[in-house]
Write a protein of this length. Structure first.
Length: 418
């Protein structure tokens, strides 16, 4: 009898809640089911109305259960927004009192744990621990020190953390919807997992995920994570600017942004060209040129913020690949505007997992650019299927009950320092 299992990935965003349920057989994806609904109760990655969020979570997962015939208990979900922080933590452990010894995987685990504890604090939960580099005696930037001789071992860990209170709120909302968090991922890393091809694992690659409220910039060098930045800019800036300038509601502004927005070409639009919008049961015309000028101005703010953030980390000419995802890039001319600002070629991120690509060809929900709705979900599914994630070692797996984990963290810090 062949055992089957499932992975249910839930992407909780400010504009939409997307969910993908993969049926797994012999560690391969047999089928995937999808559903998404408008998000309520979340803004900039922060829960602002738990009751609304619980209702939305119950609804979207119930839809997948009806499609697949699977009763979902455990989910893999994401975390993002202003409550995410990153930092480096350094630790050194002795290996032998005299002479040298062969470094084992146990030694690496011990060094990583030491660095993790030193980087811990009582208000944050570590979502991912990713070794940036190791050092042995006089040699630095060692990728894998196993089976090498040394007197001591040093590690530099890159920690992706989130506020414990926010994680507890998320865990409670998921539990109240009748489910349980099995794994938790930072959104940007999950998205990167979906789009990182072999080509992107050589040299410097930047993955830029432009969301509705925040933009996540993830920097890799030779396939290894080097830096994460989260910017408070996103597609909603464009919508809000349109709403204010044209004196229309956000829903109408969003529709105009998606269907009539043109970046960098507003001067070529005729002054007489108009768009009919429905307001208060009547139709009124607005100038398309005016709308495009507003969109162009907002897009420039976004792409300039991205450029400034990347330049703080490295010169732009050192970047080999710049990959962008997110529905904002579907605005006509957005990618071209980003290319002009960065003076770099910009590529739209595509799903790289061959099994998912094969299934996508048969699924109308992923055709065209529709896959962008589910790209973070698909990245979380890829994480579940791989024993190693982006970096040199597997990412930390969170304990199911985040309340217990907070208690365990207190014990670890107490034992370390007292």
């Amino acid at each position: 009898m062949i055992n089957k299992s499932y992975v249910c990935a839930l992407d909780i965003g400010s504009s939409k809640i997307a969910c993908a349920l993969a049926l797994i057989k012999r560690n391969h994806i047999e089928n995937i089911y999808f559903d998404s609904i408008p998000s309520r109760g979340v803004k900039a990655g922060v829960i602002i109305d738990a009751v609304e969020l619980v209702s939305m979570l119950s609804k979207v997962i119930k839809n997948l259960e009806l499609q697949s015939g699977i009763k979902v208990k455990f989910i893999h979900t994401n975390f993002s927004g202003k409550d995410i922080s990153t930092k480096h933590s350094h630790a050194i452990i002795p290996l032998a009192e005299r002479g040298n010894k062969v470094i084992t995987s146990f030694d690496i685990q011990k060094a990583n744990e030491q660095a993790r504890i030193l980087g811990s604090n009582m208000e944050e939960e570590i979502i991912h621990t990713i070794p940036s580099s190791y050092a042995i005696d006089s040699k630095s930037n060692v990728i894998n020190p196993v089976n090498l001789y040394s007197h001591r071992l040093e590690v530099d860990l890159y920690l992706v953390c989130a506020r414990i209170a926010s994680l507890q709120s998320l865990s409670r909302a998921v539990n109240q919807s009748g489910h349980e968090i099995r794994n938790l991922s930072f959104s940007g890393l999950a998205t990167s997992k979906a789009v990182m091809s072999k080509e992107y694992k050589t040299g410097v690659t930047v993955v830029c995920d432009i969301g509705s409220d925040v933009t996540e910039i993830i920097l890799f060098k030779d396939g290894l994570l080097r830096d994460i930045q989260i910017l408070p800019v996103g597609g909603n800036m464009v919508t809000a600017s349109l709403s204010e300038a044209l004196k229309i509601n956000a829903e109408l502004a969003e529709d105009i942004k998606r269907t009539c927005g043109i970046v960098n070409d507003s001067e070529n639009i005729s002054e007489n060209k108009e768009i009919l919008i429905k307001k208060d049961q009547t139709y009124r015309p607005i100038k398309q040129k005016e709308a495009s000028q507003v969109i162009c101005s907002s897009v420039k703010l976004i792409v300039n913020a991205i450029k400034e953030a990347v330049e703080k980390k490295m010169p732009l000419y050192e970047i080999n690949n710049f990959v962008v995802v997110g529905k904002t890039l579907l605005i006509d001319g957005f990618i071209e505007s980003l290319e002009q600002t960065l003076e770099l070629p910009v590529k739209m991120g595509h799903i790289e997992n061959p099994e998912i690509v094969a299934l996508a060809k048969e699924n109308n929900q992923l055709c065209g650019q529709k896959y962008l709705t589910y790209i973070t979900c698909l990245g979380m599914i890829c994480e579940e299927l791989e024993t190693k994630s982006i970096g040199t070692l597997p990412l930390e797996k969170p304990i199911k009950n985040l309340f217990f984990k907070a208690v365990n963290r207190f014990k670890e810090v107490y034992q370390e320092y007292f």
